[in-house]
Design a protein around this ligand. Structure first.
Ligand SMILES: [Mn+2]
Length: 313
């Protein structure tokens, strides 16, 4: 096995207030229980667990839209995770952020983007998800803030409370590829098209295959000497194989499609940081989804899927 040894840092982000239901708070410990660290060590990498990041309370901030739920903790988590990611991004480690609902990516990705800018390199983002998470604070109808981080990260307006100032280093919308989507609201669709965000929905995956869709994106990252952040939402996967998520949408990525994405990402050598988000262990079936997410992470770090003994539960 030819694996480049990486210095991996695990960072727990027990964020739950962006989601519509409870359970993601247990995500980081479910990954630890499912053997994420051991899996990565067995592949020859070094692994350090930094434990869980703690929420920073921002004080009283009035939400700009009355429908928004837990606005203050969105701000608090964004600031705490931004600081952590900006710090880790400036050192030669590979951070894996263990979520936590997807609102955490407002902090992790903006922090990585800050660190990338300090190195003079563009940050690219691969967003593997059933949803585009591209609502603004005005356009969201549910008020669940895990539907907004990608709009914030692309520099859309209205998010200045999150870091207390306008986002200094937004991700260029054309450097974002959303893959696996099958549930997009009209307001999001308009903004995605208008800004030129790359979207590979499930129909395009059905028609072309993930390999054909992923290759040109990876080529662009390489040509730009970019850094690549991958944000993997459990609901990217088909709910048959990954039931532990509060926002299941039928018709998601299959076992092999998901592993192929991870294997291609590994072979590219381009990925520099990773979020594992939206795992809700309360909805899992005997750890099945947590183990699948760990296995997929293993593929991203060099494991090949070959025969394995049948598991007995
Ligand atoms: Mn998501």
């Amino acid at each position: 096995m030819n694996v480049v040894r990486r210095e991996i840092v695990l960072v727990g982000a027990p964020v739950n207030d962006g989601a519509g239901q409870k359970g993601c708070v247990m995500g980081p410990d479910a990954y630890r229980t499912a053997g994420l660290g051991e899996t990565l060590k067995a592949l020859g990498h070094s692994v350090t667990d930094h434990g869980n990041v703690r929420l920073v309370h921002p004080g009283n901030v009035a939400p700009p839209n009355p429908v928004l739920r837990n606005y203050e903790t969105y701000i608090g988590w964004t600031r705490a995770l931004h600081a952590k990611a900006a710090d880790l991004g400036s050192s030669p480690v590979f951070p894996i952020y263990l979520g936590g609902d997807h609102s955490m990516a407002a902090g992790t990705v903006s922090g990585q983007a800050r660190a990338a800018a300090a190195q003079g390199r563009p940050l690219f983002v691969l967003w593997l998800d059933a949803h585009s998470d591209f609502h603004t604070l005005d356009s969201t109808a549910s008020g669940n803030l895990h539907g907004t981080p990608l709009a914030f990260l692309c520099g859309l307006s209205g998010f200045d409370d999150l870091l207390g100032a306008p986002l200094e280093h937004p991700v260029s919308p054309e450097n974002v590829e959303i893959m696996g989507v099958r549930s997009v609201d009209d307001a999001e669709r308009e903004m995605l098209i208008g800004l030129g965000v790359g979207v590979s929905d499930m129909r395009r995956i059905d028609e072309s295959g993930v390999g054909t869709l992923l290759t040109p994106f990876l080529d662009r990252v390489r040509e730009a000497n970019g850094l690549l952040h991958v944000s993997l939402d459990v609901d990217f996967l088909d709910p048959e194989i990954a039931p532990a998520v509060g926002t299941t949408v039928p018709g998601g990525a299959t076992f092999r499609e998901a592993h192929l994405v991870m294997e291609m990402l590994h072979d590219s050598g381009l990925v520099t940081s990773l979020d594992l988000v939206e795992l809700n262990p309360f909805l899992d079936e005997r750890g099945k989804t947590a183990r699948l997410m760990v296995d997929l992470t293993g593929s991203l770090f060099g494991r090949r899927v070959f025969d394995r003994p049948t598991r007995s539960f």
